[in-house]
Design a protein around this ligand. Structure first.
Ligand code: FCB
Length: 430
């Protein structure tokens, strides 16, 4: 007989994750502008029609069902819904409502992200995150989104990876809006916390009750030189700031970031206290941190410490860090959802092993009492990977980017076996 730790309980959800800009196609927003400005790694890459999920959504729901998924994460594209400031596009809202209803009819629980990195182009010109007006702007958008969610029992995510957006967009200037300023980063962070709380009020007003959280990119950290006191100090500072500051603010109402010489803040936002029902974790890898004697004083590196080989995108395959990450969020006393986890594996052979090793950590965390309730694989389909463009392939299904044909990778069988048998099977034994 199996011990409970070896199995996923029947209420545990297996699902898949996507985001609007990366899969839908035909979206005009700040990222499209960024691409035209030649700012991607491959300056000529364009997202364009993406993988045409906008028209193929029913086929994609069926593909999700075929791997045993019972939840499907999408994001709503703000630029479709509010193409000009204050003008809402009823047809776009209607189209999203129809998609969500069909998703539900396919037996997939909607997991709906309001904001997944992208903005309507007017946003940065008129109410960027570092200005207080960003909060009522997001509130008004969230109010429209709330109306789409009635009767769906959706899991709702206000922001996807806010720290990634802030680090890339406000501190490093690498993604829109291309600002590189520590003080503005902290103001933007505060306004995003306030915006989450404002969105929550709108969701509650419309729906009565809501299951709301954020999706937080959480990295395992290690010192690049184990013996170097400054590398070690960086690790001690980075995890609270990068992994926990946002979660902490939404649990306690206290926002604290302490990265001396980079960005720091300490502010109380009472309306943010107790403002999530679940903790959303996006886990991919571990970063080694190295002190460098010039701003921003910190260098991120991915290292192949165990000879497993970096993933194709160049990240360390480090399932061990997943367990620690899950232990670390136990402190919030909320159910946990893995809102993303996955591997860029262009040949498709490593993915079943990646799934196996990472799901084993989920079971280990559950056995230690971490209430992990669901796992959403990133991603159902190969798609457009932000600055990296069309190179990476995270999909359970391979997509031919010319014909848009979707074909199962070996991980489809593996995912289906685990999701339906609700226990870990060893890859290669199917
Ligand atoms: C996460 C993003 C997601 C996808 C994966 C690979 O950081 O949330 O959109 O790009 O990485």
């Amino acid at each position: 007989m199996r011990t409970p730790e070896e199995t996923f309980p029947t209420h545990f959800t297996f699902g898949v994750a996507t985001s609007a800009y990366q899969v839908e196609g035909g979206i005009e927003n700040d990222w499209a502008e960024w691409e035209r400005a030649g700012k991607l790694k491959e300056p000529h890459a364009r997202c364009g029609r993406a993988v045409d999920h906008w028209h193929r959504y029913e086929e994609d729901y069926a593909l999700a069902k075929a791997v045993g998924a019972t939840a499907f994460r999408i994001s709503l594209e703000w630029a479709r819904i509010e193409p000009e400031r204050g003008r809402f596009d009823e047809a776009a809202l209607e189209a999203y409502r129809e998609r969500l209803l069909k998703m539900k009819a396919h037996g997939l629980r909607p997991v709906v992200t309001l904001h997944h990195f992208t903005h309507p182009s007017w946003f940065h010109r008129e109410t960027p995150w570092h200005l207080p007006q960003s909060v009522p702007t997001f509130r008004r958008y969230a109010q429209r989104c709330a109306a789409l969610l009635e009767g769906l029992d959706a899991l709702v995510i206000s922001f996807n990876e806010p720290m990634v957006l802030l680090l890339g967009g406000y501190l490093q200037g690498a993604i829109p809006p291309g600002i590189a300023d520590g003080a503005l980063t902290m103001r933007a962070l505060e306004n995003m916390v306030r915006s989450h709380a404002a969105a929550r009020q709108e969701l509650l007003a419309k729906l009565g009750r809501v299951e709301l959280g954020i999706s937080q990119n959480m990295l395992a950290f290690a010192p690049d030189r184990w013996w170097h006191p400054l590398d070690r100090a960086l690790v001690r500072l980075a995890s609270p700031a990068y992994n926990h500051a946002f979660h902490e603010a939404l649990a306690t109402g206290h926002l604290r970031v302490n990265m001396p010489g980079v960005a720091s803040t300490r502010v109380t936002i009472p309306e943010a206290r107790d403002s999530v029902e679940f903790i959303g974790v996006n886990y991919y890898s571990r970063a080694h941190l190295r002190f460098v004697p010039r701003p921003p004083f910190i260098e991120f590196k991915y290292r192949d410490t165990r000879g497993r080989g970096l993933t194709d995108i160049g990240w360390e395959d480090w399932p061990e860090g997943f367990l620690q990450t899950l232990r670390d969020v136990k402190r919030y006393g909320r159910p946990v959802w893995i809102t993303e986890n996955g591997i860029d594996d262009r040949a498709g052979a490593r993915r079943p092993h990646y799934l196996h090793s990472h799901l084993a950590q989920v079971l280990a965390a559950r056995a230690e009492g971490v209430d992990v309730q669901g796992y959403l694989y990133w991603s159902l389909l190969d798609n457009f990977e932000w600055l990296e463009g069309w190179g990476p392939r995270f999909g359970l299904y391979h997509v031919d980017f010319d014909t848009l044909e979707r074909r199962p990778t070996p991980a489809c069988d593996y995912f289906r076996a685990v999701a339906t048998q609700r226990r870990l099977v060893a890859p290669g034994t199917l």
